[in-house]
Write a protein that binds this ligand. Structure first.
Ligand SMILES: C[S@@+](CC[C@H](N)C(=O)[O-])C[C@H]1O[C@@H](n2cnc3c(N)ncnc32)[C@H](O)[C@@H]1O
Length: 440
């Protein structure tokens, strides 16, 4: 049946922006059993196997005071072909009349895939492009060269067929290396890049054309957030619009979140307020290397000045606790040092590791009863066995050669055929962070 159910091929000239929806009408000549409304239930039961069973197509229609029940595509009008014995007997015994029925499926019925298959020429490698990543109301496509002449029509179909999508964009160049943003062209829908996206129980508002966002990283965000404990201090060196920072703040983790892109910083500030985590998450707009160094004193000062962050349970719980005369507030002490550093700038974050050299010089005493900080640094790797390469690169920047057992090499995702993203987690060695900084 699948091969029957598709619109007829439509000749489409390249670079067209509008679609004549009438071209996608297709009429099927079917047979219907005409019965009184009272009999429909019984007919449905007895003749179940012989009824029309097409996806998203209803098979019972009203005609005056009677019902027309559509039979399967092979049923003949005289009832001699395409029907089971049970159905034939039922029709005979109940004197049911079989009548012709024309069913028309139109543009609204077909799925995006069906329509694109009907209008696009055969593809070189893959199926026709109907896949996209949704970011808020935006569908973000990455069309292959061969589909570019049809990009506006493809955009229109995606827009029409996905009710939550209001704008369809296509990536127009490779990713900008500095802030990980890319140029995009609106293919269909409104010219509006300000999106609201949900992730990890938080809302994020940002201009998708000016900041980095990748919905495919949500699992990685959650994975690291799970490792942070309430009361930990986390330094998010390349925080973007806050997908690590805001959810961590919601679980009472103190986060110093930084991003060099002024637009990311602006959204980060907005998202901190949107998610009501301003007590726990502080935003900064510095270069990551500088921030690794300056944040040490910033946190120490914050911990000395504020000492603790007071949290109140959500109102409903607070009322319950009040009734039981339990304390309604909790003080979360602010630690003087970070437990975790997150560095998600996979193209170059490893090269920022040199900033840790001597960053806690003279502050050894702060770690008397605490573990040394952990670093989670994201990176790309082109080798199938990444350990040696990544250990060498970390050594070149941090000046410390880890053994493979000391580093957790976590595979995050495939970015391109020969390019994988990893997250390397290790504890910062005391010999590096307490070393006397070399002046000059
Ligand atoms: C891959 S994005 C990750 C953003 C966010 N952590 C996330 O997971 O979505 C890298 C971020 O690093 C920021 N960035 C680039 N260069 C930077 C630098 N030198 N210092 C700090 N942030 C930088 C970019 O603006 C971008 O937001």
């Amino acid at each position: 049946m699948a091969e029957l159910l598709h619109p007829n091929k439509v000749e489409m000239k390249p670079f067209l922006k509008n679609l004549d929806k009438n071209l996608f009408k297709k009429t099927y000549n079917l047979v219907a059993a005409k019965v009184s409304p009272k009999k429909v239930g019984l007919l449905n039961k007895v003749c179940k196997k012989d009824l029309l069973d097409w996806p998203r197509v209803k098979h019972v229609y009203q005609q005056n005071n009677e019902k027309l029940v559509l039979l399967n595509r092979d049923a003949s009008l005289d009832g001699t072909r395409g029907l089971s014995d049970a159905t034939v007997s039922f029709i005979k015994e109940n004197n049911i009349e079989l009548v012709p029925f024309q069913l028309t499926l139109d543009y609204d019925y077909w799925r995006a895939d069906d329509i694109l298959d009907a209008i696009l020429p055969p593809g070189e490698k893959e199926d026709h492009p109907s896949g996209f990543t949704a970011v808020g109301h935006i569908a973000h496509m990455n069309l292959r060269e061969e589909w570019l002449p049809y990009k506006y029509i493809i955009g229109k179909v995606i827009l029409d067929k996905n009710p939550s999508i209001e704008t369809v964009v296509n990536k127009t160049d490779t990713i900008d290396t500095k802030f990980r943003t890319f140029q995009m062209e609106v293919l269909a829908g409104k010219d509006d890049f300000i999106v609201t996206q949900s992730e990890s129980n938080c809302k994020f508002r940002f201009d998708f054309s000016k900041v980095y966002w990748n919905s495919r990283l949500s699992t990685e965000h959650d994975r690291l957030i799970q490792q942070f404990q309430p009361g930990d201090a986390v330094c998010d060196v390349m925080a973007g619009v806050g997908p690590f920072a805001c959810p961590a703040g919601k679980k009472n983790v103190i986060v110093f979140a930084n991003d060099l892109n002024p637009y990311s910083y602006e959204s980060l500030v907005e998202n901190i307020f949107l998610n009501k985590v301003a007590n726990f998450v502080k935003a900064f707009n510095q270069d990551g290397r500088e921030f690794i160094r300056s944040s040490v004193q910033k946190l120490l000062g914050f911990s000395k000045d504020e000492k603790a962050i007071t949290v109140f349970p959500p109102r409903k719980r607070a009322r319950k606790l009040e009734e039981n005369k339990d304390p309604v507030r909790q003080d979360i002490p602010i630690p003087p040092v970070f437990s975790h550093y997150v560095m998600n700038l996979p193209g170059s974050a490893i090269e920022f590791l040199d900033a840790f050299k001597g960053c806690y010089y003279g502050l050894e005493y702060l770690f008397k009863d605490r573990s040394l900080p952990k670093v989670h640094v994201h990176c790309f790797c082109r080798f199938p066995d990444p350990e040696e390469d990544l250990i060498n690169r970390i050594y070149a920047s941090l000046g410390y050669r880890f053994s493979p057992e000391e580093v957790d090499f976590y595979y995050v995702r495939k970015v391109a055929p020969n390019k994988d993203m990893y997250c390397c987690t290790f504890t910062l060695p005391g010999s590096i962070i307490f070393a006397k900084p070399v002046s000059g």
